[in-house]
Design a protein around this ligand. Structure first.
Ligand SMILES: Cc1cc2nc3c(=O)[nH]c(=O)nc-3n(C[C@H](O)[C@H](O)[C@H](O)COP(=O)(O)OP(=O)(O)OC[C@H]3O[C@@H](n4cnc5c(N)ncnc54)[C@H](O)[C@@H]3O)c2cc1C
Length: 301
């Protein structure tokens, strides 16, 4: 019986881990990976103290900080179910079953899929959801970025320095991301923005050869070797069925990061806290750990 289990090792989970370690709590971290979405971000220019850092660099700094405390991290393990009995939380993963007095859900978000023919077939065969991870593979090639928000623009800004040409396929009538990023993308000579267009099919043979798009009621084909899907994110909250969530699947929390389930706290992008940012996730992670610590101090087990 542990005092705490933290699910996720993105900025929220790692920061919760650092705080829990400093409170000398008996805990472990279970996570699919280390770094979470931060490891996929391009340039991060809004994390206080770092005027400029890349996502992978910041994720490495987070990990280095966590490792200083010799935290028990079960990397590559996924939580499938979370439930509560009288005085414990049970977490079932794809490898084992754990019990703790408290839990912090910091499982973040994952990429939304296009849901069109060819997407599954060409996943990792030219179609990807991570420009930071896979962008360098498309040096000198023609690529398409699907989406028009901040994630799509982040991908575009990275790819325009690597690829020959970047087509931005945006369903809305205008880009919706931050003005600074929009302006950089619009000013680039090798970026073509196709507003009001949506993907209807991905085609190819062994690898992606292009996509079919629908624009103004007409279908057309666009030959590209790489497709970067950046159409938003969905919360990794399916394993927490017994915890109250909002209409987007985000876990509802109060200002102390308490969820509807006793002893279960949540932090970061998986919650309904507005604005999904690294610094917010990290701050929420620290609050969640302190709330779990307080909960343990106030209960006799
Ligand atoms: C392309 C891109 C660019 C971005 N750029 C910026 C930026 O410049 N500045 C900024 O502030 N923010 C940026 N963000 C947003 C920022 O990355 C997120 O707000 C932040 O990472 C959220 O942290 P988190 O810890 O809540 O979740 P995540 O980072 O999503 O981490 C979740 C963790 O939980 C793990 N996990 C998920 N499901 C399970 C499960 N079932 N069992 C176990 N583990 C699980 C994952 O493996 C991961 O380790 C960007 C995001 C993207 C996608």
């Amino acid at each position: 019986m542990l005092e705490l289990i933290i699910v996720g090792a993105g900025p929220a989970g790692i920061t919760a881990g650092v705080y829990a370690a400093r409170k000398r709590m008996d805990f472990l971290v279970i996570s699919g990976d280390i770094g979470g979405q931060t490891a996929w971000s391009g340039d991060v220019e809004n994390y206080t103290g770092y005027q400029f850092v890349t996502g992978p660099e910041l994720a490495a700094k987070f990990e280095e900080h966590m490792r200083r405390y010799r935290i028990d991290v079960r990397e590559g393990e996924l939580v499938r179910e979370l439930s509560r009995s009288q005085d414990a939380v049970t977490l079932t993963t794809d490898k084992a079953r754990y019990e703790a007095r408290t839990a912090i859900i910091a499982s973040g978000k994952r990429s939304r899929e296009l849901g069109v023919p060819g997407e599954k077939e060409f996943k990792n065969k030219g179609l990807t959801y991570c420009a930071t991870c896979d962008g360098p593979l498309f040096s000198g090639k023609d690529v398409a970025v699907i989406g028009g928000g901040n994630s799509a623009l982040d991908a575009t800004l990275q790819l325009m320095n690597i690829a020959r040409r970047v087509h931005v396929i945006n369903a809305a009538s205008a880009l919706t991301g931050d003005a600074v990023m929009r302006e950089k993308a619009e000013a680039a000579g090798n970026v073509a923005i196709l507003n009001g267009s949506s993907v209807t099919q991905v085609y190819g043979e062994k690898m992606v050869q292009g996509l079919e798009i629908s624009r103004g009621g007409k279908k057309e084909r666009l030959a590209v070797q790489g497709i970067f899907v950046e159409i938003g994110l969905i919360p990794n909250s399916e394993f927490a069925q017994g915890v109250a969530r909002n209409e987007y699947g985000e876990i509802k929390v109060n200002s102390r990061n308490e969820t509807s389930m006793e002893g279960v706290f949540a932090a970061g992008d998986v919650t309904d806290v507005p604005e999904k940012q690294i610094i917010i996730a990290a701050g929420e992670g620290s609050k969640a750990a302190l709330s779990a610590f307080r909960y343990l101090a106030q209960h006799k087990f």
